[in-house]
Write a protein that binds this ligand. Sequence first.
Ligand SMILES: [Zn+2]
Length: 275
Amino acid sequence: MPTAPLFLCPICSNALEKENNIFKCENNHCFDSAKEGYVNLLPVQNKKTKQPGDNKAMIVARKLFLEKNYYDILLTPCTELINRYLSTENNPANLLDIGCGDGYFTNIIFNNIERSRICYGMDISKEAVKVAAKRDKTIHWFVASSSNIPLPDESIDCILKINSPLDYANTTKKLSNGGFVVSVTPGKKHLFSFKSHIYETAHDHEPETQPINYKLLDTVNLEDTITLQTQSEIEQLFMMTPFYWNASQTAKDNIAKLTELTTEIAFDIHIWQKN
Ligand SMILES: [Zn+2]
């Protein structure tokens, strides 16, 4: 199975060739392959902050939480949908997880795809990719921004994105003919009881709207209830949600007092195929 990555230079878009542990384009732009087994393809000038994306504490919280299997409800449906819709035309198939975070889902889902494949895991957070890279050495892990995906146009057969934003307009050209996005977004009642500890009035999540130039191939709605048994698990969940950023001190104090939490989880999976 060929496994060489198809990386492009994020500065000049020429192909990158790997020599020793350096990815280099014909214009001599160089990117080191880190000892952890990932490559940073986010040029310094494209960074809006010094350390874009989730910080180390958030990544560790996410990793610990996911490894307790609380969101495993996602694994089988995502895997089955990719197996069902992946075209047999391109062999091997190219799969890309955008916003892979600590790589928990990437590793399990991509390793259960039946087809011959080349897998990529991408995140804008270097700390996240560093953790992800330890999970599997056959997946090509890299740091990049979804507004400048350093892979050739029309090369990706399946993009997976789990609870992370996607610039659909910029992504379309990266998808192959028949290529599709597996988009996981929070379902209507996701973490509703948990949110009622944070906000005076908890609101339902809005469903994802149809992106322009895509058609809906399939949709799956998942719902379950989870019970967290310790304060540290509750804190881990809190840190991996967007609520963490704008929570008031009162809300933070409320969360810190919880020793057990039963809450709904819900996910919507949409398969959007490029038109
Ligand atoms: Zn270059």
